[in-house]
Design a protein around this ligand. Structure first.
Ligand code: SF4
Length: 81
């Protein structure tokens, strides 16, 4: 299954499902954006809203670097570096 990409502010964000271990640190940092689904994998909420800084922090909190953040304008990957 293709990992879903959601735009939040200037970022495009996706969770690599295969890399997610359900540690839920992303949810602790940004519960409006990330939630666990029935398979204990993080999913991004439809129409998710949060500050760009907080979304990036949530991505950086993930122990397996399962959250990828891309600058939508430049196409550059911001995280993981
Ligand atoms: S922090 Fe990473 S491993 Fe944990 S639920 Fe979020 S995406 Fe998955």
């Amino acid at each position: 299954m293709e990992d879903k990409i959601v735009q939040i502010g200037k970022y495009k964000v996706k969770v690599i499902r295969d890399a997610c271990i359900g540690a839920a640190s992303c949810i602790a940092v940004s519960p409006t954006v990330f939630q666990l689904d029935g398979e204990n994998k993080a999913v991004i909420q439809e129409g998710a809203m949060d500050s760009e800084e907080n979304v990036l922090m949530a991505a950086q909190s993930c122990p397996t670097k399962a959250i990828v953040v891309i600058d939508a304008e430049t196409g550059k990957q911001v995280w993981p570096e």
